[in-house]
Design a binder for this molecule. Structure first.
Ligand SMILES: Cc1cc2nc3c(=O)[nH]c(=O)nc-3n(C[C@H](O)[C@H](O)[C@H](O)COP(=O)(O)OP(=O)(O)OC[C@H]3O[C@@H](n4cnc5c(N)ncnc54)[C@H](O)[C@@H]3O)c2cc1C
Length: 376
């Protein structure tokens, strides 16, 4: 599927319907299933996977554009889609055996289930290779002990499970050997903690996870034992492009609201959009959003061409998330006191935008990646 099909799904009211849901379900994290079910009906939860695995066969850029449009409607719904697709389902497609793809991918691509990806731990965030969760092989089974923090989509009614990284040994050079392990929901010893109370993304599901002698079969790993580190680096590169698209969607929503309000709100006998200072704010927002959009398009295009794109992915994620933060700030400013009130969407945008600079690698981590490409 190419761009046109993703656009068609969205033009048929998908984004608006989901946006309304997003607005409606703020503060009710359990309702994430409702938004996800509607996305499944629109074929949005398996966009970039081949039809033979239940997906829509879209290209990566189409998927990112869909993330942008959904996030323009509601960013909590956007992150539900992104975390499910980029972090939850993609590892099965990229690294799973044919048997694992046939077993796990179709219900995820059809949107019958959500799946989570557990990399971050209480003591291992930016330094994600510093994982402390351990898995020991005993009599044909992995015995997992440890914990994960901030895991998206882990606790909804329709969640099928989580794929986690765990230390399974040491490399000869003393680096940790990390392996990616599949843990279905309801596996004994796998405990999903209470949902976090968050500043934003309130309709997205986020939980801590605990593993207390959690046992899964030896064969339930993705790829080879010890492949985990290079696998999650690959997952995060693509995830960063999708988060850039999500940020552009949120930034565009800020501009949409600010422009519409500026045309209606009158002070000193005229709409505030007639003041040049307001016009310049709106013009700067529009320009930065366009640039951020082109940056994620370029990163997505490089990825689709099979060319290196880690630098461009980090640049797009960095610039788009910071663009969205500036846009949210200016959107509230243009709304004046009303922007501080919960009934105006821009107050929600302002609360939700901050995490875009944190998830899937902080802005500092993105700058570290870019500097590394400069040879520093
Ligand atoms: C709502 C939400 C959802 C999330 N969903 C998921 C998920 O589904 N799966 C998952 O695995 N993770 C998830 N995360 C985790 C997220 O990826 C991490 O929060 C992020 O990588 C940062 O890690 P940390 O929070 O431990 O911060 P830390 O790594 O402790 O960083 C704290 C500060 O120190 C800075 N810092 C750290 N190291 C350096 C350095 N070397 N140089 C300069 N500055 C540095 C950081 O940039 C940051 O400003 C989620 C987080 C949130 C908030």
């Amino acid at each position: 599927m190419c761009l046109s099909l993703a656009f068609t799904a969205l033009q048929h009211g998908g984004a608006d319907a989901l946006a309304q849901h997003g607005n409606f379900i703020q503060g009710f994290p359990g309702s994430v299933d409702v938004g996800a079910t509607e996305m499944a009906d629109l074929g949005l939860l398996g966009l970039p996977f081949p039809e033979e695995y239940g997906g829509a066969g879209a290209d990566f850029l189409s998927y990112c554009i869909a993330i942008e449009e959904i996030s323009r409607g509601d960013v909590s719904v956007g992150i539900t889609m992104e975390a499910h697709t980029s972090l939850g389902a993609s590892p099965f497609f990229l690294f799973g055996s044919e048997e694992q793809k046939q077993r796990y991918l179709p219900p995820l691509a059809r949107g019958e289930q959500l799946w989570a990806f557990g990399l971050t731990e209480p003591g291992a965030g930016s330094d994600s290779g510093g994982t402390l969760t351990r898995a020991a092989l005993q009599h044909g089974h992995w015995h997992i002990n440890g914990s994960k923090a901030f895991i998206t989509n882990a606790g909804t009614d329709m969640t099928g499970g989580v794929t986690i990284t765990a230390v399974t040994g040491m490399h000869p050079d003393r680096r940790k050997e990390i392996t990616t392990i599949i843990v279905p929901k309801n596996t004994p010893g796998y405990i999903i903690g209470k949902p976090y109370k968050k500043m934003g993304w309130k309709a997205s599901d986020t939980h801590p996870l605990i593993f207390e002698d959690c046992v899964v079969p030896e064969s339930d790993i993705l790829g080879q034992q010890g492949d985990g580190f290079k696998q999650f680096m690959r997952i995060l590169d693509a995830g960063r492009v999708a988060i850039a698209a999500l940020s552009v969607g949120l930034a565009q929503a800020c501009l949409d609201e600010a422009l519409s309000y500026a045309k209606e709100r009158k002070q000193f006998g005229q709409p505030i959009s007639k003041f040049q200072v307001t016009q310049f704010k709106l013009a700067d927002m529009d320009t930065e959003i366009e640039l951020a959009r082109l940056m994620y398009y370029k990163a997505a295009w490089l990825h689709m061409q099979g060319k290196p794109y880690a630098r461009e992915a980090s640049m797009a994620k960095l610039f788009a998330s910071e663009t969205a933060k500036r846009a949210a700030d200016q959107a509230v400013q243009i709304h004046g006191g009303y922007g501080f009130m919960d009934e105006y969407p821009v107050s929600r945008y302002w609360r939700s935008v901050k995490v875009n600079e944190i998830g899937e690698g902080t802005s500092e981590v993105q700058r570290m990646v870019i500097a590394k490409h400069l040879g520093c």
